[in-house]
Design a protein around this ligand. Structure first.
Ligand SMILES: [Zn+2]
Length: 383
């Protein structure tokens, strides 16, 4: 009991030590600085209110501090934060005490002035000044970008099931929908418009997925899938990892296997105007598609690189295959196999909502990185 009391005392945030003045434009607010077991701290919500920003709770102990034009992803107990695709150190870890997120004082005195535009800190007077721009900065892009997110399978087409030899199972169509919804949120947070080919458990013909993408004038098409091992492999249950495809004729036997698996849905489709046995080779000779292929290969490489930073499974690389879903999308288009549902550990990973959000964030980061390069190339080409 004594131990418990001591712990409680240690974990409490003490009475305010001093104050910091936060000036958002002309509006000044006093924010308390208190002492925690991790040093001086400020309450995140008080700081956000003073800067007309907000704190978003993502998961237990995970927050986004959105203030002064920056979004800082914070995890309690971790002295690193993420801003965009950068991981940056903090002088001390943020802490949660009695349900309130506290940020180290250096977040105000040092971190924000470094990462946010128009933010300065007067150390002597303890004043944080956020200079509001006279006019909001114009968006860097001429028009907003649209990403088409395609959750693989749906309705009667459940996709693959796994894992091999377990008494519980995942269905591909559920995982692809969950990850695609998380991907939609992650992309919207990054400022692009998102169109989903499906947002419920419903069957959409493969050719219609591309048609939706074209009608909505998508800039990028992302199709999300879960892989399944070939049962004839030596140890099918052991196969793990992630791979990203762009459209072409299948180059390897393994690519042909995945192509056949992902194209199989046509048997559920009542009408589709691309016959199942059409050779896809004409696509690669079309000039416009050639341009899309180069862009698709770049997009696939960017997605694959991004996933390699966080995915526990092996990097199976960028591959090419004749996916029907990619044929009709006249834009850079990739199909991501986010893992093997036939592997027990990977199936568990893929159905964990937190991991699903991580995968989605990784694909969203890659898409933004690709789009930035795409706009640079488009601008260079038009000059
Ligand atoms: Zn699939």
């Amino acid at each position: 009991m004594i131990v418990a009391v001591a712990l409680l005392l240690q974990q409490a945030v003490g009475q305010p030590l001093s104050n910091v003045t936060v000036r958002n434009g002309d509006k000044a607010t006093t924010v308390s600085v208190s002492l925690s077991d991790r040093g001086p701290v400020v309450a995140a919500d008080a700081l956000a209110a003073a800067l007309a920003g907000q704190i978003e709770t993502r998961a237990p102990n995970e927050y986004v501090v959105a203030v002064a034009g920056v979004r800082v992803a914070v995890t309690a107990g971790v002295p690193f934060v993420r801003v965009g695709d950068q991981t940056l150190p903090l002088a001390a870890e943020p802490v949660v005490r009695a349900g309130t997120l506290y940020l180290p004082y250096s977040f105000v005195s040092d971190f924000l002035p470094r990462v946010a535009t128009g933010v300065t800190f007067d150390t002597r007077r303890a004043v944080l000044q956020h200079q509001l721009a006279a006019l909001p900065p114009p968006p860097a892009k001429a028009r907003s970008l649209t990403v088409i997110v395609d959750a693989g399978h749906g309705g009667p087409d459940r996709g693959m099931r796994g894992p091999i030899g377990a008494d519980w199972e995942i269905r591909e169509k559920d995982i692809t929908l969950d990850v695609s919804l998380a991907l939609r949120d992650a992309l919207q947070e990054r400022g692009v418009s998102v169109v989903m080919t499906r947002s419920t458990d419903t069957l959409i013909a493969l050719s219609d997925r591309g048609r939706i993408a074209n009608a909505k004038k998508g800039d990028v098409f992302l199709s999300i899938h879960v892989n399944a091992a070939n049962p004839n492999w030596k140890q099918p249950g052991a196969a793990r990892g992630f791979e990203t495809y762009f459209l072409s004729e299948a180059k390897t036997e393994d690519a042909r296997r995945v192509e056949a698996m992902e194209n199989e849905v046509v048997k559920y489709e009542i009408s589709h105007d691309v016959a199942a046995n059409d050779p896809l080779s004409f696509i690669v000779h079309d000039m416009e598609q050639n341009q899309h292929l180069r862009e698709s290969s770049e997009l696939a490489a960017t997605v694959q690189r991004s996933l390699a930073k966080m995915h526990p499974g092996p990097d199976r690389g960028v591959k090419q295959a004749g996916f029907r879903v990619l044929v009709t999308a006249f834009m850079p288009a990739v199909l991501v196999e986010i893992g093997f549902g036939t592997n027990a550990a990977e199936a568990r990973y893929l159905r964990d909502p937190r991991r699903q959000r991580e995968i989605a964030a990784s694909i969203a980061d890659a898409t933004m990185q690709y789009l930035a390069g795409y706009q640079r190339r488009a601008n260079a080409a038009s000059q």
